[in-house]
Design a protein around this ligand. Structure first.
Ligand code: ADP
Ligand code: MG
Length: 261
């Protein structure tokens, strides 16, 4: 049993090889990514760190099929994205990736339940057939009492929990979150990171979180530090290691990479 779960964990769900991204805007080209290899195994929870402008969002967009690399290859759930048309990439993205953003991006006219079901509705599915799954998700994110609320009737922390449930509803291969705690106070940030941690532990959800906050990154199994569009350093944590211990290791790493602050 143990061996079986180990072999599943060691299977890469995402492989990005030699990724480069050059933006041509204005006089000088910007090397946003300058050759990045990034592999994520099934069931892993990874934090992508680095100061502003280091290429975190660019990397997230490329691995999420929101943009194409200038060079290199992204393979997601066994599919090589460069071989697919834009329409096919959109389908792959819809079915395999759950996105979470800093500003929640909920539809203001929809209720909690309808926002959570949105990825199913967009995919042409009848969401009444998924009622049980949505109930389970409402409980998972602690919003059973908020199902008919509209986003403007929810706190920021609650809105982000709706966004996480929406990302989980398709049981995606991977969740990609860009600064999910960037607009929240520390109490709500902790609740969101604990929720992502539980989603990894209880639902075996694979997660990549971009954050510049070491406290948030301390919930992950691995922290990857970007600098000038390259991977500068990586720290792995043993399963079961305390958040406080992870945090102190991350802070120590940041001290040795002085431009991370
Ligand atoms: P981070 O998320 O780590 O703050 P980004 O990935 O957003 O960094 O940006 C990396 C670099 O690429 C920055 O110098 C940024 O200005 C540049 N960049 C990002 N997106 C674009 C774009 N669409 N057009 C031009 N330059 C961009
Ligand atoms: Mg960014």
């Amino acid at each position: 049993m143990r061996q079986e779960s180990k072999s599943v964990r060691n299977m890469p769900i995402l492989e990005a090889r030699s990724l480069r991204k050059i933006f041509h805007l204005g006089e000088h080209p910007v090397n946003a990514l300058a050759g990045v290899d990034f592999v994520v195994e099934k069931g892993e929870f990874v934090a992508l760190m680095g100061r502003s402008g280091s290429g975190k969002s660019t990397l997230l967009h490329l691995i999420g099929g929101l943009d194409r690399p200038s060079e290199g290859e992204v393979t997601l759930a066994g599919m090589q994205l460069s071989l697919l048309s834009d329409d096919k990439v959109t389908l792959v993205r819809r079915r395999n990736i759950g996105f979470v953003f800093q500003f929640f991006n909920l539809l203001p006219t929809l209720s909690t339940e309808e926002n959570i079901a949105l990825p199913l509705t967009i995919d042409g599915k009848d969401y009444s057939k998924y009622q049980e799954q949505i109930e389970t998700l409402l409980a998972h994110v602690g919003l059973e009492g908020r199902r008919r609320h509209k986003p403007d009737q929810l706190s920021g922390g609650e809105q982000q929990r709706v966004a996480i449930a929406r990302a989980l509803v398709t049981q995606p291969s991977i969740i990609l979150a860009d600064e999910p705690t960037g607009n929240l106070d520390s109490k709500n940030s902790t609740a969101i990171m604990e929720l992502l941690r539980r989603s990894c532990d209880e639902l075996e959800q694979t997660i990549v979180v971009v954050t510049h906050d070491p406290r948030a990154a301390a919930y992950a199994d691995r922290a990857v530090f970007l600098r000038d569009g390259k991977v500068a350093k990586e720290v792995r944590f043993k399963r079961g290691m305390k958040v406080e211990t992870r945090l102190s290791k991350i802070l120590k790493t940041m001290e040795n990479l002085p431009d991370q602050a």
